[in-house]
Design a protein around this ligand. Structure first.
Ligand code: NAD
Length: 382
C-alpha cells in the first residue's frame, strides 16, 4: 500500500490512442507517477513516453520484462481487450493491483479468470468505466436518489462516427464497443443488478458498418425496474451526447440528463429538484483518483472487477438475445461463462479458485432471478 503522501508508482501497459490519454492523466495527477511503459511496439511506446514528458522512463515490449526491473506499486492496463486478461493476470500474480481499461475482458469467461486471479493474489482488480465520472452525471445520480424507487430508466444514443478500422468490421460494433458504457451506467443509476434482457439489433440500410450498428435493448432488473437503450452509430443529424440522453422515472418524480449539461428533475408535483454539480475529477482522471484512493484506504471502488463483470455480462446477454431472438437471463450467461472459464483455465491455482466458488452469482453479486419465471417466453415481439 503506498504511503499517503507519495504518488503511486505505476507501470502502464499499452501506448496506443487511449494509452496516450492515460499518460496525460498520470502527468496531471499528483497522486500517480509513471515508472515504466510497455507496448508490443516498443518504438511507439518510446515515442509516447517522450511526447508525454516521460523520457528516460524504462520502456519494454512485455510487462514481464519490466516487472523485475522497476519498483512498481500498480499496473495500468490500456491494451486491446483481447490482451486485458493476460496482462492483468501477469501483474496480479506478481503481487501488483491493476487498473484495467474497459471492457474487463473480451469475454465474461476471461473476466471470471481475471477475478479468480485477483482473489488468488489478494490484490485489487478495478475496471476504468470512465463514463461513471462526470460532474453532471453525479448531479443526476443525486437527483435520482430523491425520486424513490426508479421504475423506468431510458437512454437514447444516436451518433454517426466514421471510425474506419476494426469497428466497421465487427458483428456487433455498437453493443460490443460502446453500449457497455451505458449498460454499466444503468446498473450504477438504478442501484440494482440486471436479471434478463431482450435485444433486437440490426443494421440500417445506409449503414457504413459491416455488422449491426443499431439496437433496441430492454433490461429487467432484480427489483423489477426496466432499462431501455435505443442506440445507433449510423444516425447522422440531431446527434446525442456520447453519454446518451437519459430519463429516470420514479414514484416521487422524474429526472432527465442530456449527457453533457446539468440535469433537470422535478418531484411528483412538478417542484424542481436542484442539480448539485460539483468539481470532482472527471473521466479517466476520476477513475485514476478512485483507484489511488482504494489502494491507500482499502475501500472497494465502484469498478471493482467482481461486480463490473456484470456490465460485460449485459453485453453478452444482449448479443445472445438478438442472435437467438429470445429473452436471455444474465444468470444463464454467467453460469455458462463459469463453466468455460474452468474448462479453459490452464493455471492450476486460478482454476482451483474458479472451482471453489459456490456459485458465480454469489461471487459477482449478481441477482438471483426474483420472479420465478426464468424460462418464460419473450413478452415483447422481436
Ligand atoms: N474509456 C473510454 O472511453 C475508452 C475510449 C477508447 C478506448 N478505450 C479502451 O482502451 C483500450 C485501448 O484502446 P486504444 O484505442 O488505445 O487501442 P489501440 O489499438 O490504439 O492501442 C492498444 C495498444 O495496446 C498494445 N498492446 C496490445 N496487446 C499488448 C500486450 N499484450 N502487451 C503490451 N501492449 C499491447 C498495442 O500494441 C497498442 O499500441 C481498449 O480496452 C479500449 O476499449 C476506452
Amino acid at each position: 500500500m503506498p504511503a499517503s503522501a507519495e504518488p503511486v508508482r505505476i507501470i502502464q501497459v499499452g501506448a496506443g490512442a487511449m494509452g496516450r490519454a492515460w499518460l496525460q492523466a498520470i502527468t496531471d495527477s499528483d497522486q500517480a507517477d509513471l515508472v515504466g511503459l510497455v507496448d508490443l511496439d516498443q518504438e511507439a511506446a518510446s515515442q509516447a513516453a517522450d511526447a508525454a514528458g516521460f523520457s528516460g522512463v524504462p520502456v519494454a515490449r512485455s510487462l514481464e520484462r519490466l516487472l523485475d526491473r522497476v519498483d512498481a506499486q500498480a499496473v495500468l492496463n490500456v491494451t486491446v481487450p483481447e490482451a486485458h486478461a493476460s496482462v492483468s493476470i501477469a501483474a496480479l500474480l506478481h503481487g501488483l493491483p491493476v487498473l484495467c481499461e474497459k471492457p474487463l475482458a473480451e469475454s465474461v469467461s476471461a473476466g471470471l479468470s481475471m477475478i479468480a486471479a485477483a482473489e488468488l493474489s489478494g490484490k485489487l482488480l478495478m475496471v476504468s468505466q470512465s463514463r461513471r465520472y462526470w460532474r453532471t452525471l453525479s448531479a443526476f445520480r443525486q437527483q435520482i436518489a430523491q425520486l424513490g424507487c426508479v421504475g423506468t430508466l431510458t437512454c437514447d444514443f444516436f451518433k454517426a462516427p466514421r471510425f474506419g478500422g476494426f469497428r466497421e468490421e465487427m458483428a456487433y460494433p455498437l453493443l460490443l464497443d460502446m453500449a457497455i458504457h451505458q449498460f454499466d451506467l444503468a446498473r450504477d443509476l438504478i442501484g440494482d443488478e440486471p436479471v434478463a434482457v431482450f435485444c433486437d439489433s440490426y443494421n440500417p440500410s445506409w449503414s457504413w458498418y459491416r455488422g449491426d450498428a443499431a439496437a433496441h435493448v430492454l433490461f429487467e432488473f432484480a427489483g423489477g425496474s426496466r432499462f431501455g437503450f435505443n442506440g445507433s452509430w449510423c444516425s447522422p443529424g440531431l446527434e446525442t451526447s456520447w453519454n446518451g440522453e437519459w430519463r429516470a422515472s420514479g414514484a416521487g418524480g422524474s429526472a432527465t440528463w442530456d449527457g453533457d449539461h446539468a440535469p433537470t428533475a422535478t418531484d411528483a408535483d412538478g417542484g424542481p429538484i436542484a442539480a448539485m454539480v460539483g468539481d470532482e475529477p472527471e473521466q479517466i482522471a476520476g477513475s485514476l483518483a478512485e483507484f489511488e484512493a482504494a489502494l491507500r484506504t482499502g475501500t472497494i471502488p465502484s469498478g471493482e472487477a467482481h461486480s463490473n463483470v456484470l456490465s460485460l455480462a449485459m453485453v453478452e446477454a444482449a448479443i445472445r438475445s438478438t442472435a437467438e431472438s429470445r429473452r436471455v437471463l444474465i444468470a444463464e450467461v454467467l453460469d455458462e461463462a463459469h463453466a468455460v472459464a474452468v474448462g479453459n483455465e490452464r493455471h492450476p491455482e486460478i482454476r482451483a479458485v474458479l472451482e471453489s466458488w459456490e456459485s458465480v452469482q454469489s461471487v459477482t453479486g449478481a441477482a438471483q432471478h426474483p420472479h420465478g419465471r426464468p424460462h418464460q417466453e419473450p413478452k415483447l415481439p422481436l
